[in-house]
Design a protein around this ligand. Structure first.
Ligand SMILES: [Mg+2]
Ligand SMILES: [Zn+2]
Length: 237
């Protein structure tokens, strides 16, 4: 039977409390300075490729990197939320500018892999102990997103292969605002309170021509999302 409801999650600062790339950059800093971020850089993936090169030459092993990622704290309530969505028959998509290695490893360590329908992100892989990363896509259609990933385009492609009656979207970042503007009025958008997506949504909603049609519910933890989607689960917190 086709799934009729879709829950989309960003990864960094949404599924996990902190940022996975920053976690590795901070780990690298213990051994050697990370590469400089240049103002002319447009895309994040070439920079992370440099970071992984530095990590390799600084002697950070595959195990070091994976154990750092596995130890990242979940957002409170996110495990209950994702397992509930899976039990209730929702499709659950993780759509993120992180990479396949980080996301899949974290989900596995936290026992959530089987609850996730798909992970859409930059492709990463270890080869001879060094981590490599390739862009999720190469796009120029959306000017406000980097060429390696526009989440609106990725979500549109996914939805063209599925028929959903309802879509909900949780995130925190500027690149989560782009897909939020394309969701219909019966969708719900969950921006992490006080983060860029939340600020951009507030700004557009207070303007004369708001770009958001969906219902907006800001959150501090994932129990807010759980209770909004499943009011009968209000006892879980
Ligand atoms: Mg994020
Ligand atoms: Zn975009």
């Amino acid at each position: 039977m086709a799934r009729t409801c879709l829950a989309v999650f960003d990864f960094d600062r949404t599924v996990v409390l902190d940022d996975s790339d920053a976690t590795i950059i901070n780990k690298l800093k213990e051994n050697k300075p990370p590469p400089e971020w240049e103002a002319t850089n447009k895309d994040w993936t070439p920079y992370m490729s440099d970071v992984f090169e530095h990590a390799f030459t600084a002697g950070l092993s595959q195990d070091d990197i994976l154990s750092c990622i596995g130890a990242m704290r979940p957002t409170p309530g996110i495990e209950q939320l994702i397992t509930t969505l899976a039990t209730e028959g929702w499709d659950v998509l993780v759509l993120t500018d992180a990479n396949t290695v980080f996301v899949q490893h974290w989900l596995k360590v936290h026992g959530l892999s089987d609850c996730i329908t798909s992970v859409i992100t930059n492709k990463a892989f270890f080869s001879s102990g060094r981590l490599y990363i390739e862009p999720c896509m190469r796009q120029t259609a959306c000017a406000r997103c980097p060429t390696n990933l526009c989440k609106s385009i990725a979500l549109l492609r996914w939805c063209q292969q599925h028929q959903y009656q309802r879509i909900v979207y949780s995130g925190d970042g500027r690149n989560d605002y782009c897909p939020a503007t394309n969701l219909p009025a019966n969708a719900t958008v969950f921006p992490r309170s006080g983060y860029p997506m939340d600020e951009l949504i507030k700004k557009t909603l207070s303007s004369s021509s708001p770009q958001i049609k969906a219902k907006v519910v800001p959150w501090h933890d994932a129990y807010t999302i759980l209770h909004e989607l499943f009011p009968e689960k209000a006892h879980i917190h």
